[in-house]
Design a protein around this ligand. Structure first.
Ligand SMILES: C[S@@+](CC[C@H](N)C(=O)[O-])C[C@H]1O[C@@H](n2cnc3c(N)ncnc32)[C@H](O)[C@@H]1O
Length: 222
């Protein structure tokens, strides 16, 4: 008999979100300061990652014992600070962004947190910045969170420069659930195509976490 297996899942309500954030997430004064400064920007503030994603980034950076990390999309600095805090002793983070205005907040936050000596910010097109890196497997950890249309290109440029067992985290891979709709809009179609491509890539193993807006964690295996 073909019995249906019950699906065990939780729909994340704001109450559950509060519970997750409240259960052990450490958000210090500098991270809170970044959130407050970002809220003052109004509508662009929606671009900021959520606190639990920041905690995941610190955890994964630490797990990879990253000595060299790359961030694509820095904005006001929340994720960069989380990554910088996970770096191994002597490790450095290269931040890619093209907004001087938004990254001014990030620079101030790095100074307040005492991590400015671990971070280099390149204000330019992220593709150009990544392509300027040696085409050698020297990156331990990357986070992609910039303009969706270029995520596949950032991934392609980063994966060839990532060492074996290095990790790449990609944000917005569920696109507020639109990738799963029967009729996808253009952006959802593009993100879906990217997700499919990752599944067929034998250089990596990956998992798409149904977390915030969808977060894919990739490990380079070959
Ligand atoms: C979603 S926000 C990043 C949020 C950030 N990770 C955080 O923790 O708050 C995207 C950022 O990517 C930057 N960006 C967009 N297109 C870019 C490009 N082509 N090159 C470099 N930076 C870009 C924007 O200026 C913006 O700051």
């Amino acid at each position: 008999m073909n019995e249906k297996v019950p699906v065990k899942h939780v729909t994340i309500t704001s109450e559950i979100q509060q519970y997750v954030v409240g259960s052990g997430l450490v958000q210090d004064d500098v991270l809170r300061w970044i959130v407050e400064r970002t809220q003052e920007l109004g509508r662009p503030a929606i671009q900021q990652i959520v606190p639990e994603e920041g905690a995941l980034l610190t955890l994964l950076t630490g797990l990879t014992e990253a000595r060299f990390a790359v961030e694509v999309g820095t904005f006001t600095g929340y994720s960069s600070l989380c990554i910088a805090r996970g770096l191994a002793e002597g490790g450095t983070l290269l931040c890619c962004d093209n907004s001087e205005e938004w990254t001014r907040v990030a620079r101030e936050a790095w100074r307040k947190a005492g991590v400015e000596d671990r971070i280099t910010l390149e204000l330019a097109s992220a593709t150009e910045t990544i392509r300027a890196l040696p085409r050698e497997e020297h990156i331990d950890f990357s986070f992609i969170d910039a303009d969706l249309r270029n995520h596949a290109e950032y991934f392609d440029e980063l994966i060839v420069r990532t060492r074996r067992n290095g990790v790449i985290v990609i944000d917005n891979t569920l696109l507020r659930g639109r990738v799963a709709h029967r009729e996808r809009d253009e952006d959802a179609e593009m993100v879906h195509a990217f997700n499919e491509r990752l599944l067929g890539d034998d250089r990596i193993e990956s998992v798409l976490l149904p977390f915030h807006d969808g977060v894919t964690v990739v490990r380079k295996v070959g």
